[in-house]
Design a protein around this ligand. Structure first.
Ligand code: C2E
Ligand code: MG
Ligand code: MG
Ligand code: MG
Length: 286
C-alpha cells in the first residue's frame, strides 16, 4: 500500500478476484452437494506403541468439473456460509458410515462435523438414522468437532453432544490448541479424544516451545483420562518424540496420506499380513 496507487489497485484486484472466486464456488457447490462430484478420502490413524492401524479419518474431496480438485479448506467455509454444508455433511456421514460398515476388523471412522450441523440441524436424529441404515456399530463412529462449532451456540452444542454420546458415538476435539478457548472447551465439553493440531507437531523435537505445549496437553488429557492423537506426523523424528512423550495415537503422512477407498482396502490387507507375521514371529519365540 505504501508504494502508491499501483499497489493499491493490485491489492484491490486481488480482493475482487477472491470475491468472484468465492461466489463461483458457492454457485458450483450447489451441483456438487448432491454428491456426484464429491468423494471421500481416508487417512489412517495408528496406535503409537504398536504402530498398528486403528481407524481412518474421512476427508471430503471435490472434483470440480473445470477447476479440478478443490480442497476442503477452500470450499467447506463457503459451504458453511451458504448452508450447503447441511447437504454435504449428510452425504459425508452416509458415505463414511456405509464404507466403514463394509471394512473388516472393526476399524473406526472419524467424520468432521461443522458448526452449522451441530447447531442448526437435528444431527443426533440423522446420525441414529444413518447408523441403522448402514448397520455400522455406533462405537465405530467418531465425530470430530472444532472450536467454531462449539462456541456458536454453547448450550445447543452441549445438548447435541450429550445425545450423540447416548447413541454410543464418540466425540473428538479437532485442532486442539489453535482456537481461542481450547482449555475452556476442554473444561465444559465431555470429549472422548483430543487431536493436537499439526502446527504443534511439525518439527516438535526441535521446537522447545511447541514441545512444551504438546507435553502440557498430554498431561492435562491424561489427568482427565482422555486419549490424545497427534495430527500431521510426517517423519520418524516427530513420531519418536511423541512416542517417548507418551502420546497414544498418531495420524499423518508418515503412516499415510488421505487416500481413496480402493487404497484403504489395500492398506487393510497389508495390515492383516503385518499383524499375522508379527503373530508368527511372536509364536516363533515361544
Ligand atoms: P482436519 O480435520 O484437521 O484434517 C486434517 C487435515 O490435515 C487434512 O487436510 C489432511 O490432509 C491434512 N494432513 C494430515 N496429515 C498431514 C501431514 O502429515 N502433513 C500435512 N501437511 N497435512 C496433513 P484436508 O483433507 O485438506 O482437510 C482440511 C480441513 O477441511 C480438515 O481439517 C477439516 O477441518 C475440513 N474438512 C475435511 N473434510 C471435511 C468434511 O467432510 N466436513 C467438514 N465439516 N470439514 C471437513
Ligand atoms: Mg478432522
Ligand atoms: Mg485437525
Ligand atoms: Mg484442521
Amino acid at each position: 500500500r505504501r508504494g502508491g496507487s499501483g499497489e493499491v489497485r493490485r491489492y484491490q484486484a486481488g480482493l475482487d478476484d477472491d470475491v468472484r472466486h468465492q461466489a463461483r464456488l458457492a454457485i458450483d457447490l450447489r451441483s456438487a452437494a448432491s454428491g456426484n462430484q464429491l468423494e471421500l478420502y481416508y487417512q489412517p490413524q495408528n496406535c503409537t506403541s504398536t504402530r498398528s492401524l486403528v481407524g481412518f479419518e474421512a476427508l471430503v474431496r471435490w472434483h470440480h468439473p473445470t477447476l479440478g480438485m478443490v480442497s476442503p479448506g477452500e470450499f467447506i467455509p463457503v459451504a458453511e456460509r451458504t448452508g450447503l454444508i447441511a447437504e454435504i455433511g449428510e452425504y459425508v456421514l452416509r458415505r463414511a458410515c456405509a464404507d466403514a460398515a463394509a471394512w473388516p476388523g472393526g476399524y473406526k471412522v472419524a467424520v468432521n462435523v461443522a458448526a452449522y450441523q451441530l447447531t442448526r440441524i437435528d444431527l443426533p436424529t440423522l446420525v441414529d438414522e444413518v447408523l441403522k441404515e448402514t448397520g455400522l456399530a455406533p462405537e465405530r463412529l467418531e465425530i470430530e468437532l472444532t472450536e467454531s462449532g462449539l462456541i456458536a451456540d454453547h448450550a445447543r452444542a452441549l445438548a447435541t453432544i450429550t445425545r450423540l454420546k447416548a447413541l454410543g458415538v464418540s466425540i473428538a476435539m479437532d485442532d486442539f490448541g489453535t482456537g481461542y478457548s481450547s482449555l475452556a472447551l476442554l473444561q465444559h465439553f465431555p470429549f472422548d479424544k483430543i487431536k493436537i493440531d499439526r502446527s504443534f507437531i511439525t518439527d516438535v523435537a526441535n521446537r522447545p516451545r511447541a514441545a512444551a505445549i504438546v507435553r502440557a496437553a498430554l498431561l492435562i488429557a491424561e489427568s482427565m483420562n482422555i486419549p490424545v492423537l497427534a495430527e500431521g506426523v510426517e517423519n520418524e523424528e516427530e513420531f519418536a518424540y511423541l512416542r517417548d512423550a507418551g502420546c497414544p495415537a498418531v495420524q499423518g503422512f508418515l503412516f499415510g496420506r488421505p487416500m481413496p477407498l480402493s487404497s484403504v482396502q489395500t492398506l487393510m490387507l497389508r495390515e492383516q499380513l503385518r499383524a499375522a507375521s508379527a503373530d508368527g514371529a511372536a509364536g516363533g519365540t515361544d
